[in-house]
Design a protein around this ligand. Structure first.
Ligand code: MG
Length: 174
């Protein structure tokens, strides 16, 4: 059985992942409205990945005979001044998610809940990647810095990002 504390924190994490999905969908829509189809694509892939994160946690809670409690998803911002601002927000948000994942890992360790600790390893690694990719995108936007042709080329590059299902789901086909 999951401890009550961990169970509650996992349910809160599902909400955070779905909020992340909603945030990135909002960025995607804002970018698309401004004609930045590549940036819109990058964030749409991000939106899909966040839904995977929530699904992995839901599957896990169910596999431990726990109940998934879905809470309301809070409103997200709808407008950004530039792609740079979007990626800066992305990095700030992912740092908060990293802190939440680390907290989950701490609770699992306190509980000596080895199954939960193992499950969370994937999320710990994923957060390293999330922060790294946000930092890379910030650098790319800073390099472009107001150059319209540069932004055009960057947008084209981001159009190539393809969604692939997160590996813990690929193995279970959920
Ligand atoms: Mg996530």
């Amino acid at each position: 059985m999951l401890s009550e504390k961990l169970h509650e924190a996992l349910n809160a994490q599902i909400n955070a992942e779905l909020w992340s999905a909603y945030l990135y969908l909002s960025m995607s829509m804002d970018a698309e409205a401004k004609g930045l189809k590549g940036v819109a694509n990058w964030f749409y892939v991000q939106f899909q990945e966040e839904q995977d994160h929530a699904r992995i946690l839901m599957n896990y809670i169910l596999s431990r005979d726990g109940k998934v409690s879905l809470k309301p998803i809070e409103a997200v911002r709808t407008e950004w001044a530039s792609p740079l601002e979007m990626f800066q927000d992305t990095l700030a948000h992912e740092k908060e998610v990293t802190a939440m994942i680390n907290n989950l890992a701490s609770i699992a360790a306190e509980d000596k809940d080895y199954a939960s600790s193992n499950m969370l390893v994937w999320f710990v690694d994923e957060q390293v990647e999330e922060e790294e990719s946000a930092r890379e995108m910030i650098s790319a936007c800073e390099a472009v810095d107001g150059n319209k042709f540069g932004l055009y080329m960057l947008d084209k590059e981001l159009a190539a990002r393809v969604y692939t299902q997160a590996s813990p789901l690929a193995s279970t086909n959920a």
